[in-house]
Design a protein around this ligand. Structure first.
Ligand SMILES: Nc1ncnc2c1ncn2[C@@H]1O[C@H](COP(=O)(O)OP(=O)(O)OP(=O)(O)O)[C@@H](O)[C@H]1O
Ligand SMILES: [Mg+2]
Length: 245
């Protein structure tokens, strides 16, 4: 199942205003891995994730999804296989109703109308927001928007799930539900997060970004217990570890 592999090789990215986002990022994530991407504000997490389905193109370096380098030609195929939950739900939701937003992807895939309806209801139920189906997304609370964004991606049954801060603005019960849901997703997942307790719970591997570079890549437990590394990367121990020590 090599099509679930995500590879980045020497990625460099500079924003049009000259701000450097990535300074040479290399990793390989294989099928079924669950990887947390952590780092302080501005470390480059979102910039990196936006390269994984071609929203940004590197100034230097390559991204490979499965056996294929990410190029303009295979962008559509890559976007079908990589489901991306953006950090800002307003970048994800643009239809008049929640239902239409979740239906948008499956309709584009050519699914029949009754099948689309089933998928939409199932996806909204999975994240606990089926009652919002008729509401306009822009009038929802932040946490509600987050859950709907996640539903839009689940509705596409992606091979690879990429999520940027999926637990931010979620209440504790919705957060727990999401973590349990993600545990059942057996394909590759990459999650950028400040929720280090979630990283510890969900991801066996963690990549630490600091000022556009990878400063550590390894077992989550080892990394999140390494005080010196955390300090050097402007991070703090997860609460669950702080409480133990
Ligand atoms: N549109 C943009 N134009 C210019 N610079 C940007 C833009 N978006 C991000 N940056 C800069 O790129 C760097 C990396 O930002 P990025 O959003 O990837 O960080 P992040 O790790 O996702 O942070 P956060 O934890 O706050 O989400 C930062 O210095 C940021 O100021
Ligand atoms: Mg970000």
């Amino acid at each position: 199942m090599s099509h679930h592999i995500v590879e980045a090789s020497d990625l460099h990215y500079t924003y049009p205003d000259g701000t450097v986002g990535l300074r040479g990022v290399t990793f390989r994530i294989s099928h079924g891995e669950s990887v947390a991407l952590v780092g302080e504000n501005g470390a480059g997490k979102s910039t990196l994730l936006l390269h994984l389905n071609g929203y940004l193109s590197p100034r230097q370096g390559t991204v490979k999804i499965g056996d294929y380098p990410l190029t303009k030609k295979n962008l559509d195929a890559v976007r079908r296989s990589v489901g991306m939950v953006f950090q800002n739900p307003d970048d994800q939701l643009f239809m008049p109703t929640v239902f239409d937003d979740v239906a948008f992807g499956p309709l584009n895939l050519g699914l029949a109308k009754d099948e689309v309806e089933r998928v939409v209801v199932r996806s909204l139920e999975t994240v606990g927001v089926a009652h919002l189906a008729k509401r306009p997304p822009y009038k929802l609370s932040q946490g509600e928007k987050r859950s709907v964004s996640i539903a839009t991606v689940l509705a596409m049954s992606p091979d690879i799930l990429v999520m940027d801060e999926p637990t931010s603005s979620l209440d504790p019960r919705s957060r727990r539900r999401l973590i349990e849901l993600l545990k059942t997703f057996r394909h590759t997942k990459i999650v950028a997060t400040h929720d280090l307790d979630m990283a510890l719970d969900l991801c066996e591997r963690t990549i630490v970004l600091h000022q556009g570079r990878i400063t550590a890549d390894g077992q989550t437990k080892k990394i999140l217990y390494d005080e010196e590394l955390l300090r050097a990367s402007s991070l703090e121990k997860p609460l669950s570890i702080q409480l133990k020590t």
